[in-house]
Design a protein around this ligand. Structure first.
Ligand SMILES: Cc1cc2nc3c(=O)[nH]c(=O)nc-3n(C[C@H](O)[C@H](O)[C@H](O)COP(=O)(O)OP(=O)(O)OC[C@H]3O[C@@H](n4cnc5c(N)ncnc54)[C@H](O)[C@@H]3O)c2cc1C
Length: 556
């Protein structure tokens, strides 16, 4: 694909698109949401300019699912953000990579496809967002989906752009883990994205023929063939431009900090889809945000909106690890000469651990039987990592059960530190500061212990290595969670959807920025609360619904 960043090309573009460099829609961010929006709006005949700060997605490690572990820390493919030290996590700070490439975070994510629970969306509607109940959003989930294999048509789409597949690589320890969950009284769940989420089974993945299906692959590959679409990589948007209260375009640096500044016009709307950390940053840089944040950075307040950058939520996971015996786990299967065997299998499209998501088994359950629905997600794999060494597998066989509270109450913020568009924002997720989250996580850790000690897993588990069995009291387990837990990279909520009567709302139920015209936000930022899910599927749904709202269409 053309990486059109030079001046000459900008002039050519201006000629090609007629009245100056201006389009019906300017979309900022070619991530999960931006790719869907560009595809749907251009398919409806509108001209679209898509601005992406990162490069194209040529890197083969993006497309090989196991490349995830490498790309997480790539300097060219991610925003290498870092969180502020957190009071709930012993003052630790975390690396918070977000995708910075065509496809955005969907090009570097863990590939699990999880939609959440009906009540998640009903609660959005109940909070003053008409049109966002589960019944309302279900058709938008289905629209994107091309679910292969079993698919109940009531819940699942089978002719959309995004291929979703069931796991094809089975492992005795994974199977034993599902049995272990069943032995604790949980149902076996063959489709965690249809009907009831509760139970245990295998994650569905955004993957086809052993290759990642990013939003760029699924949606942009179609849009980029249209003459009414201009995709501009290495184009870092620095400001939204206004005429009165109406957004009329954006300014962007082509080629990074040392690059040239361009303007591009939007005849109809500017749509911000830069992700939950960069979207509030761009709004704040444009003078839209909390007074005190803008004042501190010397930015004139164009439109005060106190909620911009607040309500940041993320999943905080604890990983419980056991050593297993009598079987080879991923640890041994992808190291040394065995890796070549797996590579050969992957090349001929045979099931291989190189073509799985990092977590293969899910368990959705309640931390307390008194709850009316699951509040915990387990993401598990027959693998383990060396203590303190990021991305390096153990030498002995291992099993890891990651667990997090699905709908965290710990709330943080992402605020700019200066008026410099290239400076990273100050990010404080406030992990594990809510007592509800602490209690839920403790419940999850105790369930993990019961799983390790259940009959089906006792065949394999030889030692609980992290935490060790002597870490047993609530205090000790919580201390372990604070010291060893980590992010699952599900940033949401920083441009919260809600009615104008709520002081912290940033966009209305049509995703229009309150008090302004011609400006919408459509990405993970708008989630008022977290869905009981990894957040890619929900972001796709948000973008699908946004496209219909922009086009004035209703679902049929
Ligand atoms: C490491 C990781 C693992 C994850 N694993 C999973 C998983 O297994 N399953 C799941 O469901 N979810 C997962 N997620 C979360 C999921 O991928 C995200 O919630 C989703 O991709 C968010 O989509 P988005 O459109 O809001 O933002 P993004 O997809 O992040 O897209 C934002 C885009 O905007 C661009 N951008 C930002 N600022 C600017 C600017 N100023 N100018 C121009 N462009 C800009 C970015 O470079 C990026 O391409 C994971 C996320 C990460 C980071």
């Amino acid at each position: 694909m053309v990486d059109n960043s030079s001046n000459a090309l900008a002039e050519l573009r201006a000629k090609r698109f007629g009245s100056g460099d201006s389009f019906d829609y300017v979309v900022v961010g070619a991530g999960t949401a931006g790719c869907v929006l560009t595809h749907r709006l251009s398919a409806a005949g509108h001209s679209v300019c898509l601005l992406e700060a990162g490069p194209t997605d040529w890197n083969p490690l993006i497309h090989l699912p196991a490349g995830y572990i490498k790309n997480l820390y790539s300097k060219t493919l991610t925003w290498n953000f870092k969180s502020e030290p957190g009071a709930g996590v012993n003052g630790r700070s975390f690396s918070l990579p977000q995708g910075r490439v065509l496809g955005g975070s969907s090009s570097i994510n863990g590939l699990n496809y999880v939609r959440g629970q009906a009540l998640d969306y009903d609660s959005w509607a109940q909070a003053g967002n008409p049109g966002w109940s589960y019944d309302d959003v279900l058709p938008y989930f289905k629209r994107s989906e091309r679910k292969e294999g079993e698919a109940d048509p009531k819940y699942r789409g089978t002719d959309g752009e995004l291929t979703i597949t069931d796991l094809d690589w089975h492992h005795p320890v994974s199977d034993a883990l599902v049995e272990a969950a069943v032995s604790l009284g949980l149902p076996r769940n063959r489709d965690h994205n249809a009907g009831d989420q509760e139970g245990a089974g295998y994650f569905q993945r955004t993957m086809k023929n052993g290759l990642r299906v990013s939003a760029a692959k699924a949606f942009l590959s179609k849009a980029r063939k249209r003459p009414n679409v201009s995709i501009r990589t290495h184009s870092h948007t620095s400001k939204i431009l206004f005429d009165g209260q109406r957004a009329i375009g954006v300014e962007y640096f082509s080629g990074g900090r040392q690059g040239e500044l361009f303007k591009v016009g939007a005849k109809r709307e500017v749509i911000i889809a830069a992700g939950a950390l960069n979207t509030p940053k761009l709004l704040q840089l444009s003078g839209i945000g909390p007074n005190e944040v803008l004042a501190r950075c010397g930015i004139n307040v164009f439109h005060e909106l106190g909620g911009v950058g607040n309500n940041l939520r993320d999943h905080y996971a604890v990983r419980m690890v056991s050593r297993v015996a009598g079987v080879k786990t991923i640890n041994e299967l992808v190291q040394g000469p065995a890796l070549l065997v797996q590579f050969a299998k992957w090349m001929v499209r045979l099931p291989s651990p190189l073509a799985i998501s990092p977590s293969v088994v899910h368990i959705f359950c309640r931390s307390d039987p008194a709850l009316d629905r699951p509040d915990l997600e387990f993401a598990c794999a027959p693998a383990s990592f060396r203590e303190g060494v990021v991305g390096l597998l153990d030498k002995q066989p291992g099993l890891t059960l990651g667990v997090w509270q699905e709908r965290p109450e710990s709330v943080g913020f992402a605020h700019i530190k200066s008026a410099d568009p290239f400076e990273a924002p100050r990010i404080q997720p406030n992990y594990l500061t809510s007592e509800i989250d602490q209690r839920a996580l403790l419940g999850g850790m105790r369930i993990a212990r019961r799983l390790f000690r259940s009959a089906p897993l006792q065949k394999y588990v030889v030692a609980e290595t992290s935490p060790t069995p002597d870490i047993e009291s609530d205090e000790a387990l919580l201390a372990f969670a604070r010291q060893k837990g980590t992010t699952v990279y599900h940033m949401t909520g920083t441009a919260r959807m809600g009615p104008a009567t709520r002081k912290d709302s940033v966009v209305d139920h049509q995703l229009r920025v309150h008090g302004l015209e011609g400006l919408r936000v459509a990405d993970a930022s708008i989630m008022p609360s977290m869905p009981s899910a990894n957040t890619n599927a929900t972001t796709l749904m948000i973008a699908e619904k946004a496209a219909d709202m922009i086009l004035g269409r209703t679902v049929n």
